[in-house]
Ligand binder design. Structure first.
Ligand SMILES: NC(=O)c1ccc[n+]([C@@H]2O[C@H](COP(=O)([O-])OP(=O)(O)OC[C@H]3O[C@@H](n4cnc5c(N)ncnc54)[C@H](O)[C@@H]3O)[C@@H](O)[C@H]2O)c1
Length: 348
């Protein structure tokens, strides 16, 4: 069977990871690579026996390209999604869709009548441990969920130039946790209260950004969730989720299997965590995500996070930004009120 030709836009940190995964997939071949930095595109294409091209139109106009991965900087995503869908190319686009809800809505207007589907790269939905946790919650293993705690602390901040353009901690990093909560609980938070500061790099404060945060979310049924984030963690990637309910508790550490333990004459202790980068720590989920995307090319149905999921997660991130400024809880519903699907659901 002929392999599916894939076009990749963006040859930076995450683009390189996607290229490697595409290259190793039995049903795909990395055909074309484009980046505004031609040097990066050329080097990545060479590494994977692909062809570097100078414009996105070269990818969109090539009938041998069955689908496109968008891994360029966040502020390019909305326009590129619209262009890919208009060209009939299914898309896997990195999170977030954009930094502005208005632009997300505009993009939605442009793509909603089209058939090519869009998947947003919330890779944690494809982490085996989170999938198992979701199933256990749905199977009632903790009974009625009353509270959820999510901790995501990453070993070190991304490069400063990246952070500056990332849209801030809530839109760039916490957005994964917002999506994870929506994925695990199948529920929309009714209020968001955020606190945070630039504790690790005080210079970020001048840019209006923070690197340490706590976010409290409340749901309509009275249950609550709490997210803790830090962009630096001396002992490595620290990712934990605890779901507490009427019948007990489910907990995951790092989503990477059982926590390491050491037993000696003194007793049992946990070993320091590996200094995995968050991306490598979730490598398997990126591979699963790609596999699901390839499957969706056959079914035509989005696997994982849809465009609307990306929209909802961004609305929660925006609510957290607004809450930080207002120093009070924000109802995220009006922020996603323009979502046609939400309006449809509300009218039923
Ligand atoms: N899912 C995840 O866990 C995860 C992890 C890291 C990054 N990301 C997302 O991936 C995206 C890229 O992040 P990164 O860390 O790879 O950043 P990066 O800065 O390393 O790479 C971005 C690349 O995009 C290129 N680029 C910029 N504008 C372009 C355009 N108009 N056309 C083509 N290429 C263009 C840049 O030259 C650069 O090479 C961001 O949106 C980020 O939020 C997701």
């Amino acid at each position: 069977m002929a392999r599916l030709g894939i076009g990749l836009i963006g040859a930076g940190r995450i683009g390189m990871l996607h290229a490697q995964i595409i290259d190793q997939h039995p049903r795909c071949t990395l055909a074309l690579v484009q980046d505004v930095d031609a040097r990066l595109a050329g080097a990545l294409a060479l590494r994977h026996d692909a062809r570097a091209v100078s414009s996105v139109d070269d990818i969109l106009g090539d009938p041998a390209v069955a689908a496109v991965v968008i891994a360029s900087s966040t502020d390019t995503h909305a326009d590129l999604i619209a262009a890919c869908v208009a060209a009939g190319k299914p898309v896997l686009c990195e999170k977030p869709i954009d930094l502005s809800l208005a632009r997300v809505q505009q993009c939605h207007e442009l793509i909603r009548e089209r058939t090519a589907h869009v998947q947003i790269g919330f890779n944690r939905r494809f982490d085996d441990h989170f999938v198992a946790l979701r199933k256990a919650i749905r199977d009632g293993e903790v009974g009625r969920v009353e509270s959820v705690h999510v901790i995501t602390r990453v070993p070190s901040p991304p490069p400063y130039r990246y952070v500056r353009d990332s849209g801030g901690l809530f839109r760039d990093m916490t957005i994964h946790d917002f999506d994870l909560l929506r994925f695990l609980l199948d529920a929309e938070p009714a209020s968001v209260f955020a606190q945070g500061a630039a504790l690790i790099d005080p210079g970020l404060a001048a840019e209006g950004d923070i690197d340490s945060a706590m976010v409290q979310l409340a749901f309509a049924d009275g249950s609550a969730a709490h997210i803790t984030n830090a962009r630096r963690c001396a002992y490595g990637l620290d990712h934990r989720v605890e779901v507490f309910g009427s019948e007990g508790k489910l907990s995951l550490q790092n989503g990477l299997g059982a926590p390491l333990q050491r037993s000696d004459r003194i007793g049992t202790a946990r070993l320091p965590l590996h200094h995995d980068s968050p991306i490598l720590g979730y490598l398997r989920s990126f591979v699963n995500q790609w596999d699901a995307f390839v499957g969706s090319l056959e079914t035509g149905r989005v696997a994982g996070a849809s465009f609307e999921d990306g929209w909802h997660a961004l609305a929660l991130a925006q609510a957290a930004c607004d809450s930080l400024v207002a120093r009070s809880a924000i109802d995220p519903a009006p922020l996603r009120a323009q979502d046609p699907l939400a309006q449809l659901a509300a009218s039923r």
